[in-house]
Ligand binder design. Sequence first.
Ligand code: NAG
Ligand code: NAG
Length: 283
Amino acid sequence: MKKTWWLILVTFLCLLSSSKGRDLKAMDKVNLPKYNHTLATILVQYASAVYLSDLTALFTWTCSRCDGLTEGFEIIELVVDVEHCLQAFVGVADDPHAIIIAFRGTNEHSLQNWIEDLYWKQHEINYPGMDDAMVHRGFYNAYHNTTIRPAILDAVDRAKKFYGNIQIIVLGHSMGGAMAAFCGLDLTVNRCEKNVQVMTFGQPRIGNAVFASLYSTLVPNTLRVTHDHDIVPHLPPYYYYLPSKTYHHFPREVWLYNVGLGSLVYRVEKVCDGSGEDPTCSR
Ligand SMILES: *[C@@H]1O[C@H](CO)[C@@H](O)[C@H](O)[C@H]1NC(C)=O
Ligand SMILES: *[C@@H]1O[C@H](CO)[C@@H](O)[C@H](O)[C@H]1NC(C)=O
């Protein structure tokens, strides 16, 4: 199972790094920043580095994945919740000049539990202050009900003292993407941060349709990067025949996929908008 996980992340790395970096036309109507492939290529490296368990190498940014596009990154805080197997970091990057918050996905053992949880359980809870918006209890708790949130917010405050109101980019892979989404919303709603960008890789669905729609209004600069062989973005399953019960992706998605043609492999990037459950996208 762990191997599969890594494969997915490595696939992301490969797809992103070897792609041509074409910026896509997207969301002109609401004036959102366009998908920036160069930026995604940089950010996926942070999403990958946060998986490493050598905390010293992470803290000094000398880890095996701490070079190249992320060289010179300054870690403000490494956040580890041993009890819940969670890990994240907050730091400041030069390019993009931003506070970067990265969340790790699950480890091998709890991944099994998560997949089962996502398939079989529909534990939804009301998102505080948002009528009818329901979210996945597990993901909500992983961010809001562990030692992660206070440590992240504290580190962001410290970074801002030093660097001022620079952009905040929140990211993560898989379940880390789910936590990143909650964190981006938290910063926007509870901390009144105005310049928050969320980019997730292979993120599962985290809330119902009301939540997804409110989310994209509140945190418009949010993008899910998805790869078609990855199972996680299809979880929890989308039940088109049960609209009131189903989980729903928030709208902006870039879908990276390969189309094999003999020995040729084409890579296509597609920006899916609309409801977030565009049938031509990862659904
Ligand atoms: C895309 O992101 C890169 C990396 O942050 C940045 O240097 C570049 O200016 C961005 N491009 C656009 C069109 O915003
Ligand atoms: C937060 O965690 C505590 C202890 O594990 C639990 O009792 C509580 O129900 C959790 N909160 C939510 C909103 O699920």
